[in-house]
Design a binder for this molecule. Structure first.
Ligand SMILES: [Mn+2]
Length: 339
């Protein structure tokens, strides 16, 4: 029998110390990277560099094109194969990653070697020796506190670039401060960033104001496939692989489909079921615009997330089966809530 591994929660001061003491940092972030993951990882890497040390960011997936503005000035690629072979980290830190499965193939490479997990979900499956994971709007919010501590220790100002990336992370995860996770603290940090000269309107335009033509074509196709259930309280878009091929769409092009479903008036629970490859594996994204907790639905299928935004992957014989399975659980919950 082996002892179960122990995971220790660190205070902010202890986590800050860990970010000050080492020389070479490897920063891991989750697959299907979003603005919070990329913004947080590159904010940390930029800060390490600003204090005269070395850092590389690594992910199992490349940074999507729409987020290149946050990563390309530091790294052309984030794949593990792109990191110089002679770079041997003395600290491995993950950001915005609540469970080992979200590290994808990186977990096999780095498991047991991850020193610190910096997250904001307040729950998850711990996999690093040490963790900090208060419930916050974004990993960027947690990191802001830690990096202010690092800046103080090295007696420097927090660089503008780091501030831009922290803002990017928080704005991305709060949907431009529209979601209910946009806490007073998130707004206060945004105010700090504005005062320090961060061009927030430019960042928000890049995050939310631009869509590629392909993305809009995909949204149009998704709109035509949208099904409504429970008197319009549930909207589901399925996007099978055949359609993805027909449009020549990338996984990234399908990211905003969920916004189409959730924007319809009266919809409380929105779901998008995407088939990324010919395999019968379906990636489910869910959003709630009421008290309905979609993370419970996704947890039922081995996934997770927040009450209002969650996801899971289902293996079943068809996309229709996946749709029916999701609908039946949501309808069951609706019925339970009404009792
Ligand atoms: Mn996040």
């Amino acid at each position: 029998m082996t002892d179960a591994p122990a995971f220790f929660e660190l205070s902010s001061a202890e986590a800050t110390a860990l970010l000050c003491e080492r020389q070479k940092y490897l920063v891991l972030f989750h697959v299907h990277p979003d603005g919070d993951a990329v913004g947080s990882a590159f904010a940390l890497a930029n800060m390490i560099k600003a204090t005269g040390r070395e850092a590389y960011c690594v992910c199992a997936d490349e940074v999507p094109e729409r987020l290149h503005f946050a990563s390309k000035d530091l790294q052309e690629s984030v794949l593990a194969s792109s990191i110089p072979e002679d770079f041997v980290p003395d600290a491995i830190v993950s950001v915005d990653t609540a469970s080992p499965s979200q590290l994808g193939e990186l977990y096999e490479i780095y498991k047991d070697k991850i020193d610190l997990m910096i997250d904001h979900h307040g729950k998850g499956t711990y996999y690093a020796n040490y963790f900090v994971s208060p419930t916050s709007s974004a990993c960027g919010e947690v990191l802001y506190g830690l990096l202010e501590g690092v800046a103080a220790r090295f007696e420097i100002e927090l660089p503008l670039r780091v501030r831009e990336l922290i803002y990017t992370a928080i704005s991305a995860d709060t949907g431009c401060f529209r979601y209910n996770n946009a806490t007073p603290r998130a707004h206060k940090i945004a105010a700090d960033m504005l005062e320090c000269g961060v061009d927030t309107s430019d960042i928000n335009h890049k995050l939310f104001g631009i869509k590629t033509l392909k993305q809009m074509q995909v949204e149009h196709a998704g709109f035509e496939r949208m099904n409504f259930y429970a008197d319009g309280r549930i909207a589901v878009i399925t996007f099978p692989y055949s359609l993805k091929e027909q449009y020549g769409a990338t996984d990234e092009n399908l990211e905003t489909l969920i916004d189409v479903a959730r924007s319809v008036k009266g919809v409380e629970v929105a779901a998008v079921i995407k088939q990324f490859s010919p395999e019968n594996k379906f990636r489910v994204s869910m959003r709630s615009s009421s008290d309905f907790d979609v993370s419970e639905i996704c947890a039922h299928y081995g996934g997770g997330g927040h009450a209002r935004a969650a996801g899971c992957t289902m293996s079943c014989d068809s996309i229709l089966t996946a749709e029916m399975a999701i609908i039946s659980v949501v309808e069951m919950k609706f019925a339970e809530n009404e009792i």
